[in-house]
Ligand binder design. Structure first.
Ligand SMILES: [Zn+2]
Length: 59
């Protein structure tokens, strides 16, 4: 098992996402609380800032 390490664009903190994280999954920085949508491509993972309301995301 291997976790993905990502860096928060706002505060620069590094945090891990699980290996089985899904494309479009919502996550948030444990340090500053900025919310992100996870974008998964072939072998890398990007964070896109999530501006909307979590209530509307329809999880
Ligand atoms: Zn942060």
């Amino acid at each position: 098992m291997q976790a993905f390490k990502v860096t928060c664009k706002v505060c620069g903190a590094e945090f891990d996402l699980p290996e089985d994280v899904m494309d479009g999954e919502l996550t948030s920085c444990p340090t500053c609380g900025t919310k992100y949508i996870v974008k998964v491509s072939k072998d890398k993972l990007e964070l896109e800032e999530f501006k909307g309301d979590v209530e509307d995301y329809g999880e």
